[in-house]
Design a protein around this ligand. Sequence first.
Ligand code: HEC
Ligand code: HEC
Length: 430
Amino acid sequence: MKTLMIYMASATSLFCSSLMWSGCTLDEVSEEPDPQREPVAWMFEHTEDYLAASPTWRRERIEQTLWQAELGYSSKMLDGYGLEQEGWELLYAYDFPVQPLAATEAPHVRTLEFEGMPLLQNAKSKFGDDPTRWTQAQWQSFGEDVFWQMPMRKDNYFEWLLGQPELWDDLGLSVDEMGNLRGVTRYRDIRGDVQVGMSCALCHAADGVQGRAVERLDLGMARAKFRESRGLEADVYAQWGAGKVDVTDDDVLDPMAIPNLWGMKYQRYFNASGVIRVETPASAAIRFETQYMMNHGYEVRAPREYTWALAMYLYGLSEPDSEPMSDAAHRGEEVFGERCASCHVPERGYSGDLVTATALVGLDMVAATSLDRGTGSYRVPSLIGVGEGGPYFHDSSAKTLGDVLAGGHPMGGELDEDDMSDLILFLKTL
Ligand code: HEC
Ligand code: HEC
């Protein structure tokens, strides 16, 4: 059931409306893919808008995205992004030379010979010099490289951890089939120094499955151990817990669960508190772009091809296989229709809008009320792939689907035992 919106390039639109449509031929009216239902096709159509030297189009997109402009996070982004001749527009777009890091080489990374190739230049040598002429598949293939290799951030404690192989397994670092550390990227920074960074894959590709949250990864503990080794106070980091990261640099302890990324294509909001409204897929690309600049101390920006490709690739990510339907699961689907579907909308990958946080039982209020990102609400996440396993909720407070429901989610109503087990069987088919 595709809905296609008819749209016209603005010049054509002026011309056509002045002739009251009579002068318009079909060539002048093009069909624009629906940004929610066909995100990859929509992005493909808008590549030149996003890459354009003039920031006007990007500015309009970020203003749509950050719907609560006064929040700390939003105002910081709005102060710097997409402005004419100022702010982050002036940063140099640096194409990072990158190279994987073999586990055996990790402890002495700084003394190794570096042979990395710049990511974008490498893609251009494969797909052609002008990215606006790449195919959709080529964009997605580049996005996959970016996902695995772009240095999303660098931290002293992380580099320290690479020198402590005896801690890796406990803290959830893993080695892939090639003998490389998964999600770790070696790169040359703008000053010419060789560094190690985390790529998206470090947190979002458990066992090499793209999009799967790395639940074992305990970066808080890594940071605590690093601080202890320096004689510094470390308690607050030791409390994050595996699979969670405190993404805000404030004094509040509010580590968030690393989410699976399969549901992303359905979600109208990002972050548990819904601070980012995904009006179009450009909202995702802009989030990656700003996150990137923030993590690199606003020293350089990534070429926009990186973040556009990354979003196109993630919007095309397929979901894991789920359990087949059974009679019991069909009964569970009915229960779902009565009790859950008003929020978790089936046609939207079982995701939904925002719900006032105080209306939900059993959830921590911290993320909904933080000065930086608190909207007073929680967004309804997609349930695609929930059968893959917990923990659930933005703070990982429920270990299993049984725990989600036993806690009375969403508003405290109890289900009887049969309904509960049928419902869980249905959730596993999603
Ligand atoms: C250090 C671990 C870590 C790394 C590295 C990381 N993420 Fe995340 N990601 C998280 C956490 C934790 C959250 C949840 C908190 C939030 O939304 O800010 C998150 C949230 C997201 C979301 C929002 C999903 C939703 O449903 O709200 C997207 C999309 C995402 N990450 C994509 C990426 C991409 C793309 C990269 C690489 C550019 C990346 N992440 C790198 C940990 C990480
Ligand atoms: C009033 C709206 C609402 C209703 C009704 C609702 N949910 Fe939710 N659900 C939410 C919100 C909001 C969250 C996210 C909470 C958070 O931020 O952790 C959520 C989270 C979940 C999660 C965790 C997803 C994850 O990946 O962490 C599951 C599973 C879930 N709901 C299942 C159900 C089931 C089953 C029902 C019916 C019994 C239901 N929900 C009814 C609003 C609702």
